[in-house]
Design a protein around this ligand. Structure first.
Ligand SMILES: *[C@@H]1O[C@H](CO)[C@@H](O)[C@H](O)[C@H]1NC(C)=O
Ligand SMILES: *[C@@H]1O[C@H](CO)[C@@H](O)[C@H](O)[C@H]1NC(C)=O
Ligand SMILES: *[C@@H]1O[C@H](CO)[C@@H](O)[C@H](O)[C@H]1NC(C)=O
Ligand SMILES: *[C@@H]1O[C@H](CO)[C@@H](O)[C@H](O)[C@H]1NC(C)=O
Ligand SMILES: *[C@@H]1O[C@H](CO)[C@@H](O)[C@H](O)[C@H]1NC(C)=O
Ligand SMILES: *[C@@H]1O[C@H](CO)[C@@H](O)[C@H](O)[C@H]1NC(C)=O
Ligand SMILES: *[C@@H]1O[C@H](CO)[C@@H](O)[C@H](O)[C@H]1NC(C)=O
Ligand SMILES: *[C@@H]1O[C@H](CO)[C@@H](O)[C@H](O)[C@H]1NC(C)=O
Ligand SMILES: *[C@@H]1O[C@H](CO)[C@@H](O)[C@H](O)[C@H]1NC(C)=O
Ligand SMILES: *[C@@H]1O[C@H](CO)[C@@H](O)[C@H](O)[C@H]1NC(C)=O
Ligand SMILES: *[C@@H]1O[C@H](CO)[C@@H](O)[C@H](O)[C@H]1NC(C)=O
Ligand SMILES: *[C@@H]1O[C@H](CO)[C@@H](O)[C@H](O)[C@H]1NC(C)=O
Length: 616
């Protein structure tokens, strides 16, 4: 239809309505001025008394938290932050975007007012939320029990866009009570929270497989459609991933169907009405387009302004290093101290990020293998020697390529599982490698098998039909990382990449392909994050040699981008600082050894503790 006279008139009318609102007279005028950085009385606001145009604390709790040297009383502020859906001053000149509410939490410094100002804690994901500072502060931020950090910083955390605000550990029925509604209004209507990001749209089609298959691929003939549905599509959809049974994760046909299914799920999800938001002038925005790391960094800077702080410090773990790094790059003049623990690849590129995910996982497996092999030549008692040594990798490969597909599937799943829980599971995984290789029972193996989904499916005819809210567990990762990264891979490019990675990083590829598919199939336009770098900020960057989530190389890349920064290398397993559950036990045993004038036994935990206490 051509734009006729009436349509033109309508356009003029809308423009006039918009123009007739002088922003500074509207009730939202204040926030707009603040957004443009024109507010001058910022210093008037504080953590306890924030700018009511931006942040309203609605629940203040006093809660005793365990620290390493006994319980401490914390004052915990909970509230809503008001943010524009689109952080774009250029857009603001012309029209007002929709506004949304984000739930935030602050732990007041033990000695107010906080000498060092606020510190934002982000625990990664994407998908972790506002309980990060609380979790961290219990022990991790206070490992020596001297309260240096919790005394002099106000700790802050935020529900990043898309996080499920109702799933918080503290604000729910039976604890502090349900989350109160957001108090902010826009044009007389209450503002809504940023919607929870989750994807399960294919569910609508599952009763009509034929219709679904049509959306997925052109297949000729009824028998063939039925076959593909039963063999590949339904098992993948029901388990939310490629099931391990029969080595399906190494089977290219399964991997292709996985790509197609996630792609369809992401496309349908992106168009869902629950993410559509209306601006005051009626224009409809898709919230899914605005959930990137840059959006998050701008939200957090509004939080800083709301509490009238000149500077903000950062503790970012895992993906939190991305948020911290992007913030420091966009807002260097207000960035104070920065710790980046478990550095995510700073390059906003799909292949770089998926590749480093595969590398990280493979490096953990490599470390476990090495430890197993060296146990043979160290002077250990027979029951301390790794059962799978020597030649662990050859034995594992023999099982994975062997004719017993059941055992191969168990081992494949167990190896990936072990990478994420190395300390607990490595000895059991080694027992299984030896048991499957030699055919003789090795102590420990049969204990770990029931934890595996492939074992449960094999020993139980019913498969997993558990209802899932986020079918593939990738929605918020897709929305954030997909928007952050350039370089989408279509199905053929993806398969070529997978074939290569499957050979170089066989265990890593199991998990890395999920990230690759999540990012590659995200339908929104990419808005890649800026180069994460600053010449002045003395960021502390922690790289882990054997971290399943982040490759060590990432930390080296980041250090180059922060020339004034410090690089700490953690040689053990897992994320360096994030060990809150260990801190108290470690401090106690350290104290004991010290009293005895002996050195503590050098374990993974003790090393982690030493690393931590050096940094904080
Ligand atoms: C704190 O420590 C006490 C005693 O050590 C324990 O009973 C309590 O469960 C702990 N609380 C938390 C939240 O960990
Ligand atoms: C913490 O607060 C509670 C209640 O307000 C009080 O009974 C307790 O003595 C306080 N503990 C400390 C260590 O200040
Ligand atoms: C959000 O969390 C609440 C509480 O755990 C849960 O009932 C709800 O289903 C979750 N919503 C989504 C979309 O996952
Ligand atoms: C929003 O509107 C409600 C109802 O009109 C009002 O009670 C409330 O105070 C308003 N909120 C703010 C922050 O002005
Ligand atoms: C395919 O199945 C549909 C519905 O069961 C049926 O109407 C149609 O005739 C079948 N086509 C072929 C080629 O068998
Ligand atoms: C892939 O899986 C299908 C279905 O289970 C099977 O028929 C096929 O042989 C497998 N391909 C390989 C290479 O294992
Ligand atoms: C090996 O350990 C045994 C006892 O644990 C000890 O007697 C022996 O001296 C050790 N040998 C070497 C070469 O360290
Ligand atoms: C394959 O491995 C399973 C589990 O260890 C075992 O129960 C089964 O007998 C093996 N099958 C063959 C043909 O060896
Ligand atoms: C088999 O699966 C059903 C449903 O998932 C479960 O309730 C049951 O406990 C399982 N049985 C065994 C032996 O694992
Ligand atoms: C999984 O369970 C569903 C429902 O019980 C069933 O329709 C489907 O065929 C099963 N799939 C496999 C691969 O066992
Ligand atoms: C460890 O020792 C320090 C000083 O020696 C003391 O302040 C602290 O309370 C001790 N911590 C534990 C958990 O025993
Ligand atoms: C401390 O020394 C005593 C006596 O030498 C010993 O029995 C005890 O096990 C030692 N404790 C620790 C923690 O090393």
């Amino acid at each position: 239809m051509r734009c006729s006279q009436w349509c033109f008139l309508l356009l003029v009318l809308i423009l006039e309505i918009v123009a007739s609102c002088d922003w500074d007279d509207c009730d939202e005028g204040m926030s707009l001025r603040q957004l443009r950085g024109q507010k001058t009385s910022q210093a008037a606001w504080s953590f306890e008394k924030p700018d009511p145009e931006l942040l309203i604390w609605d629940r203040i709790m006093h809660s005793a938290l365990n620290s390493t040297t006994g319980r401490v009383n914390r004052t915990i502020y909970n509230g809503w932050l008001k943010v524009p859906l689109v952080h774009d001053p250029a857009l603001m000149e012309f029209e007002m975007p929709p506004y949304v509410c984000l739930r935030v939490r602050g732990l007041a410094a033990l000695k107010p007012p906080a000498k060092n100002g606020p510190m934002l804690a982000h625990c990664g994901g994407p998908g972790s939320g506002r309980d990060c500072a609380m979790t961290m502060s219990a022990a991790n931020f206070d490992i020596d029990g001297r309260h240096a950090i919790i005394s002099d910083f106000d700790l802050l955390s935020i529900d990043q866009r898309g996080v499920n605000t109702s799933s918080d550990r503290y604000e729910r029925a039976g604890k502090w009570g349900e989350v109160p509604p957001c108090p902010f209004n826009l044009s007389g209507r209450p503002l809504s929270r940023f919607p929870t990001i989750y994807c399960d749209e294919i569910a609508k089609y599952v009763e009509e497989p034929r219709k679904l298959m049509k959306l997925l691929t052109p297949i000729q003939g009824n028998a063939s459609v039925e076959h593909h549905w039963k063999t590949y599509v339904e098992p993948i959809w029901r388990s939310g991933k490629i099931p391990y049974a029969d080595m399906a994760p190494t089977n290219e046909t399964f991997v292709r169907w996985y790509y197609r299914l996630v792609k369809l799920e992401n496309s349908l999800c992106y168009e869902t009405p629950r993410y559509k938001m209306r601006a005051p002038n009626g224009r409809v925005y898709n919230a899914m387009q605005f959930a990137s790391t840059v959006d998050c960094a701008h939200d957090i800077d509004l939080l800083r302004r709301a509490i009238g702080a000149d500077r903000m410090s950062w503790y970012g773990a895992s993906y939190g290093t991305s948020v911290a790094g992007v913030y420091a790059s966009i807002f260097p003049e207000v960035t104070h101290r920065v710790v980046m623990d478990g550095a995510v690849n700073p390059r906003p590129d799909t292949e770089a990020r998926s590749g480093s995910c595969a590398n990280g996982i493979q490096a953990v497996w490599g470390g476990i293998e090495k430890d197993c092999e060296t146990s043979l030549v160290r002077n250990l008692s027979a029951d301390e020697v790794c059962p799978a040594a020597p030649r662990v990798s050859s034995k594992a490969l023999h099982v994975l390529k062997g004719s017993n597909r059941t055992e191969a599937s168990y081992l494949l799943e167990l190896m990936l599982f072990t990478v994420f829980h190395a300390e607990a599971l490595a000895p059991l995984a080694m027992a299984c490698i030896e048991q499957f290789y030699s055919g003789k029972e090795v102590e420990g193996c049969n204990k770990v098998l029931p934890m595996l989904s492939s074992y449960r499916i094999a020993s139980n005819s019913s498969n997993s039909t558990k209802a899932k809210k986020d079918r593939f567990g990738l929605a918020i990762q897709s929305a954030v990382m997909g928007t952050d990264s350039a370089g989408r891979f279509d199905e053929e490019e993806f398969i070529n990449w997978w074939r290569r990675v499957k050979d170089t990083d066989p265990i890593g590829s199991l998990w890395a392909k999920n990230w690759m598919v999540a990012m590659s199939t995200w339908p929104a336009y990419a808005r890649p994050v800026p180069p994460v770098a600053d010449a002045g900020i003395e960021a502390v960057i922690i790289g882990n040699l054997h971290d399943p989530n982040t490759a060590y190389e990432n930390a080296q890349l980041l250090k180059r981008n922060f020339p004034e920064g410090y690089l700490v290398t953690w040689q053990g397993y897992g994320h360096c600082l994030t060990v809150p559950q260990h801190a108290m036990t470690l401090l106690k045993s350290y104290n004991k050894s010290k009293a005895n004038n002996t050195l503590p036994e050098y374990t993974n935990g003790v090393a982690k503790y030493a690393c931590m206490s050096k940094i904080l």
